[in-house]
Design a protein around this ligand. Structure first.
Ligand SMILES: [Zn+2]
Length: 379
């Protein structure tokens, strides 16, 4: 069912104005299970939409009886798909029921988001589809979410795609050949088992997910591409196994180190620097629960968070230096071009050597082993 409604400006006093008089942003909610209560255009341009489930009953998960007695209602903000540039926050009034049969209370289920999720399913699907064809960090910046959520969404979309097309049923069928191929590892069940995922970066779709990530397994998977010479470039994380398999099976393809993974590699070194200080007496309390201030992108911090980060930076100059180097690498990616990339990268490497903590020095080996592939990103 399609619900359409207009936005009431938050600064408007008194009665909400009629449909025709309003500025006329019409939000198609398209979430049939909810009833719209009200919505506000916030000063920052985002739209807050308050909704509640239409049904007045829920099944008790303990005794399976249907309950109607509402115990209390709590607002739960959930990010939803942006609408014409407006960030949308669904404020879901979630009800807790008290079961009259077994006397226990429970929260109503949430089909639109899933248990304990702070985003709607359709937002995650939207993010995941974007991430099939663009670097994770770009999608994260545009959608104003963390890269980790983007990665999770990509994996969710891949699972759905695979279920739909039964891709993994036939592990020998030939695969269509994309011009730009993405190859990544794919953790199933929280990292206990790794598979390899192939994506068509132009067509934004998952080609195949195949068991394992050893050189033989990956080579075998790549051999199923119907025209191996048709692949012009392959984007990957800095995995030697992937590189060897691609060099073997797709010798003409250009290998590109995916910049999200390169930045993540340096981010891990920064994390180790913070971890080392957090173990010491001086850092234990000060850094508790504050690590994200250095790990998140600077532009994603609120003014308040940026103040806290700057204060911590004064107290921990070594962390501050590692953080600056990570941000400098991000700036390099954002601002350099094919003609200046090598020179600017060498400057960055020199500053790591000159001022970087030892964990950052260790991270430099990847820049020696993957130099060509990292620079290929700019071509
Ligand atoms: Zn019950």
């Amino acid at each position: 069912m399609l619900l359409q409604h207009s936005i009431e400006q938050s600064e408007t006093q008194g009665e909400p104005r009629g449909h025709a008089e309003q500025e006329g942003i019409v939000v198609p909610l398209e979430l049939g299970e909810f009833r719209l209560l009200k919505q506000h255009l916030q000063e920052d341009g985002s739209i807050e939409v308050e909704v509640i489930a239409k049904t007045d009953r829920a099944r008790c998960p303990h005794c399976q009886r249907v309950c109607v007695k509402v115990h209390d209602t709590r607002p739960r903000p959930k990010r939803d798909i942006p609408l014409r540039g407006h960030r949308i926050v669904l404020v879901l009034l979630k009800r807790r029921f008290r079961c009259l049969t077994c006397r226990r209370s429970f929260t109503e289920p949430d089909q639109a988001c899933g248990k304990r999720r702070r985003t709607t399913k359709r937002l995650r699907e939207h993010i995941g589809k974007q991430a099939c064809s663009r670097p994770v960090s770009h999608v994260a910046a545009e959608m104003q979410v963390g890269p980790r959520l983007v990665q999770t969404c990509l994996e969710e979309v891949a699972q759905v795609d695979l279920a739909k097309h039964n891709l993994s049923l036939d592990e020998t069928a030939p695969l269509p050949t994309p011009r730009y191929l993405g190859i990544d590892e794919f953790a199933r069940r929280k990292g206990r088992r790794y598979d390899t995922i192939l994506c068509d970066l132009d067509g934004r779709k998952v080609l195949e997910v195949s068991a394992g990530r050893t050189k033989d397994e990956v080579s075998h998977l790549l051999e199923r591409l119907s025209n191996c010479d048709g692949v012009q470039a392959v984007s990957m994380d800095m995995s030697t196994t992937f590189r060897e398999a691609v060099q073997l099976v797709l010798p003409h393809a250009r290998i590109v180190a995916d910049h999200f993974h390169v930045i993540q590699h340096v981010g891990k070194a920064l994390k180790k620097v913070i971890g080392r200080h957090a173990k010491k007496a001086a850092g234990k309390q000060a850094l508790e629960g504050q690590r994200h201030l250095f790990l998140r992108n600077q532009e994603d911090l609120s003014t308040e968070e940026e103040h806290s980060r700057a204060a911590l930076a004064l107290a921990f100059p070594e962390i501050a230096m590692a953080w600056q180097l990570k941000e400098a690498l991000r700036t390099w990616y954002a601002t350099t071009s094919a003609s200046t990339a090598a020179r600017d990268l060498d400057r960055w490497i020199a500053s790591v050597k000159g001022h970087g903590p030892k964990e950052m020095h260790t991270a430099l080996s990847a820049f020696r082993n993957w130099r060509q592939e990292i620079l290929a990103f700019f071509d």
